[in-house]
Design a protein around this ligand. Structure first.
Ligand code: AMP
Ligand code: ZN
Length: 112
């Protein structure tokens, strides 16, 4: 059993409120939402953070970036959305499985 929280969500060992899934990517609601809409988009492949990426991940990353506006629209965020990637402890990263925060709607937080 993986010790990585998000790998365990991918494996179905921990429940999540999934809004989108394909072969490579899982998108689910953040358990502690910081805005009206707060989703996390993760690769199913375990990559700890941006620091661990190499060119073998290029297609996966492009795929994830292209998905974000589609998912934002599906969530009713016609006016726009914010994406955040925290990297390393100094960047505020708590879960060390790469994830893109997608935030929008009311209560959109600043960069504090
Ligand atoms: P970060 O600080 O970028 O590592 O963000 C980790 C995010 O994961 C936080 O916004 C948490 O609220 C969220 N989170 C932690 N555990 C879960 C979980 N079991 N399901 C959904 N989101 C989670
Ligand atoms: Zn993982």
């Amino acid at each position: 059993m993986s010790e990585c929280l998000f790998c365990r969500i991918v494996a179905g060992e921990i429940p999540a409120d999934v809004v989108f899934e394909d072969e490579q990517v899982l998108v689910f609601k953040d358990i502690n939402p910081k805005a009206e809409v707060h989703l996390l988009a993760i690769p199913k492949l375990h990559v700890a953070s941006l620091n661990e990426l190499d060119t073998s991940h290029d297609a996966l990353l492009a795929h994830m970036m292209h998905l974000l506006p589609r998912i934002a629209r599906d969530q009713g965020l016609e006016n726009g959305f914010r994406t955040i990637i925290n990297t390393g402890a100094g960047g505020g990263q708590i879960v060390f499985h790469l994830h893109m925060h997608l935030l929008g709607g009311d209560r959109l937080p600043g960069f504090e």
